[in-house]
Design a protein around this ligand. Structure first.
Ligand SMILES: NC(=O)c1ccc[n+]([C@@H]2O[C@H](COP(=O)([O-])OP(=O)(O)OC[C@H]3O[C@@H](n4cnc5c(N)ncnc54)[C@H](OP(=O)(O)O)[C@@H]3O)[C@@H](O)[C@H]2O)c1
Length: 280
């Protein structure tokens, strides 16, 4: 059941960029909150005009005002901008406030150092959240408020896609690589698909359509085949010594799985490197 307290809550966004706009759209479409319950600030005024026009939310000139007025404050600036931005208002938070960080590479321990008071949570949406088909991972602090924060995250963001609570920073990292960077990896494969089709005389439009529908069709079929493993679905389109089998054998000989695993590991290593260097 949705938290009845949401009706009176104020949700703040510091940073009015792409992810903020995606999240506001999702929250408003879910009808959980009214536009006047959402307050946004930004470094420069341009995007504030846009969010007011698009969503009729409130805006403030200073980040501190958002911190003072809101129950939930979403830190939605780029990771490299976060520490300096937060320094100004870090001591203004109170114990009951929930502070959501969207920043990759800044773990909960780093956040606790930056913001000593308040309930902290890391949230990682991926770009399909913009059409309500995202994967939204979150990691809360391990304390007595864990469930309250988890319920709040589910209420606020489930309109953006599938919510997944993770237990460790390593899992958070894995979710970021596989689902957020993973969206980029899937696009890379889609580009190879489209190129191959196009080289066989199909138009730009048709080759794109064929690619998208193949990925979409396979994904939806897997999503709608409850109790059937992906391996079994693959077996159903593969007859022994047939056309699909020939292609799959080649993929296995070429060790596509190994190539993908290495790419995932490299992305994960890069995330840890950026986090350690503080550069992000
Ligand atoms: N986009 C995604 O798909 C995605 C997915 C997962 C996570 N995230 C995370 O979400 C966060 C936001 O990403 P984004 O793509 O929305 O970035 P973005 O479009 O670049 O937006 C960032 C916004 O933060 C503002 N900002 C910077 N410093 C500020 C400060 N001190 N005070 C107030 N506002 C400040 C910027 O203002 P200006 O207009 O002045 O530049 C800009 O509007 C990042 O941490 C990112 O890693 C994004």
């Amino acid at each position: 059941m949705t938290n009845p307290l949401l009706k009176s809550m104020k949700i703040g966004f510091i940073g009015a960029g792409n992810m903020t706009q995606t999240m506001i759209k999702g929250i408003l479409e879910s009808k959980l909150l009214r536009p006047e319950q959402i307050i946004v600030s930004n470094r420069t005024p341009g995007k504030l005009i846009k969010v007011t026009e698009l969503f009729h939310v409130q805006t403030r000139d200073h980040n501190e005002q958002v911190v003072e007025e809101c129950d939930v404050v979403i830190l939605a600036m780029k990771p490299q901008d976060l520490p300096a931005a937060v320094e100004v208002f870090a001591n203004h938070f109170e114990k009951h406030q929930t502070i959501v960080s969207l920043a990759a590479g800044i773990n909960l321990k780093d956040l606790e150092r930056l913001i000593p008071i308040g309930r902290l949570v890391r949230v990682m949406p991926n770009t399909p959240a913009v059409i309500g088909r995202g994967v939204i991972g979150y990691l809360t602090q391990d304390n007595d408020d864990k469930e309250i924060v988890a319920d709040l995250m589910e209420d606020l963001f489930s309109n953006l896609g599938v919510m997944l609570q993770v237990d460790t920073e390593d899992q958070f990292d894995a979710l970021m690589v596989s689902c957020s960077s993973g969206t980029g990896f899937v696009f890379e494969m889609m580009m190879y698909w489209q190129d191959w089709i196009q080289e066989r005389g199909f138009s730009d439009e048709d080759s794109k359509k064929m690619t998208i529908e193949t990925f979409l069709g396979a994904s939806l079929l897997a999503a709608q085949s409850a109790g059937i493993d992906i391996e079994e679905l693959q077996a159903r389109v593969t007859s022994k010594k047939g056309v699909t089998a020939a292609g799959l054998n080649s993929m296995r000989e070429l060790e596509i799985e190994r190539a993908l695993r290495i790419s995932f590991e490299k992305a994960s290593m890069r995330s840890k490197e950026l986090s350690l260097s503080g550069k992000r």
